[in-house]
Design a protein around this ligand. Structure first.
Ligand code: HSE
Length: 431
């Protein structure tokens, strides 16, 4: 006899519609494989009349999300509305009503995770968030369960599908930033406000969650150094290729030798033969180094309707199995607290790619290299192609130097009269 459980959905749009589809289409499989009969009993939507991919029985749809979280026939609430409010208030209400909660919402987990987990613990219910990071890739479970024996040393991620899509298409077809953003939006993996994709906020929210799980450390979004991809031009992509690199929006969380944590999201040059350089289009990947296991790479679709819904349904099945078998609440690493201090970005050490836009005159290179020398920044290579009556891009790759020295040098260089545009800096990483 299958155990029957009522599911309430907050949001039935792109991801919510996918969850309903997988629960309904996969009904018999879940009964057969897990002995669970999962019924969508309530679903909150904005517009009752909108046509939908899935047919739900009459009376299931409501425009009142409170009716979902208060429904006594709902045992598990799955939220895929996104954003902090009203999601936070609704999730707290669901937890206080004794329901298990599954969420795909990285914004609410990154910002309000402490409060939500505290209430879940008080109520003895589960709060699961696999779909909040990297869509269909089971990265939370892998870190929490598969790698539990490890002290994680570093985590490098391509966590945002939209920016990876844009950078890949710019690299492979030479399209413009705007055209490629439009394509990412049409494919349904951009955020409602794509600024959050482009400026690194989406990846930083995911990194806050991963850092918490991987390193047990509470990092606030404001502590993650963030830089977006909006200044990367097709010429940088071409220079990167010439130098043997690929440009990616990279999320980095790294334990330092003095037990502090680097957390940052920014465009990075990575060597073209590195595994992460081969992650194309909207795909995501996370490279984790654990002290026992060594390097592992998790790869897959990090956004989109069914990949994200796949992670939501796996959480629903997990909590449903526990509920029906009377098992223990899920182990989660959210409440483990190691309080690693975050390294101020000025202290971070990387190599750099500089694109100076300069007048093509004798002595320009000498002045720039003089400033780099006074800041102890050593040069690895220099490129200047062609001649011009006007400005030319001058590319310098450096050896490793602290961010503070790099910033001082760039501020001084940008004041030189022959430097005609703010210098573009891309950090070089060796995952
Ligand atoms: N907008 C996100 C991305 C998907 O482009 O990866 C949801 O996290």
């Amino acid at each position: 006899m299958a155990h029957q459980l009522g599911i309430g959905l907050l949001g039935l749009g792109n991801v919510g519609g996918g969850v309903a589809h997988l629960l309904i289409e996969g009904r018999d499989r879940l009964i057969e494989r897990r002995g669970l009969q999962l019924e969508v009993r309530r679903a909150a939507v904005r517009d009752l009349s909108r046509p939908r991919r899935v047919e739900l029985p009459p009376g299931v749809l409501t425009t009142d999300p409170g009716a979902v979280v208060d429904d006594p026939d709902v045992q598990i609430v799955a939220e895929q509305m996104g954003g902090i409010e009203p999601a936070r208030t609704l999730l707290l209400r669901a937890l206080r009503n004794g329901k298990d909660v599954v969420t795909a919402n990285k914004a609410v987990i990154a910002a309000c995770g402490d409060e939500l987990f505290q209430v879940a613990a008080q109520q003895g219910v589960d709060l699961m968030f696999e779909a909040s990071v990297c869509g269909g890739i089971p990265i939370i479970r892998s870190l929490t369960e598969g790698l539990v024996a490890n002290r994680i040393q570093s985590l490098y991620g391509i966590l945002n599908g939209t920016t990876n899509y844009i950078l890949t298409r710019m690299t492979e077809e030479g399209g413009t930033f705007e055209e490629m953003l439009g394509q990412a939006q049409a494919k349904g993996f951009a955020e409602p406000d794509p600024t959050f994709d482009i400026d690194g906020t989406d990846a930083a929210q995911k990194l806050v969650i991963l850092a918490r799980i991987a390193f047990g450390s509470a990092v606030r979004l404001e502590q993650v150094f963030r830089e977006g991809i909006d200044r990367i031009g097709s010429q940088d992509i071409a220079f990167a290729r010439e130098l043997g690199y690929t440009i990616k929006l990279l999320a980095v969380a790294k334990l330092t030798q003095d037990s502090r944590l680097e957390v940052r999201v920014h465009p990075a040059m990575i060597q073209a033969q590195a595994l992460l350089a081969s992650i194309r289009n909207e795909f995501n990947a996370v490279e984790v180094v654990g002290d026992a296991v060594g390097t592992q790479v998790f790869y897959g679709r990090g956004a989109g309707q069914l990949p994200t819904a796949s992670a939501v349904v796996s959480d629903i099945v997990d909590v449903a199995s526990r509920r029906s078998g009377g098992g223990r609440r899920a182990e989660n690493d959210w409440t483990r607290e190691e309080r690693l201090p975050v390294v101020p970005v000025e202290e971070v050490v990387t190599s750099y790619y500089f694109r100076f836009v300069v007048l093509d005159q004798p002595g320009v290179l000498a002045q720039i290299t003089q400033i780099l020398a006074t800041e102890q920044i050593s040069i690895e290579s220099v490129i200047q192609h062609g001649r011009s009556e006007d400005t030319v891009p001058l590319i310098i790759m450096t050896h490793e130097a602290p961010e503070r020295a790099m910033r001082r040098a760039v501020a001084r260089i940008d004041r030189l009269s022959m430097v005609r545009e703010p210098t573009l800096v891309i950090r070089v990483e060796r995952p």
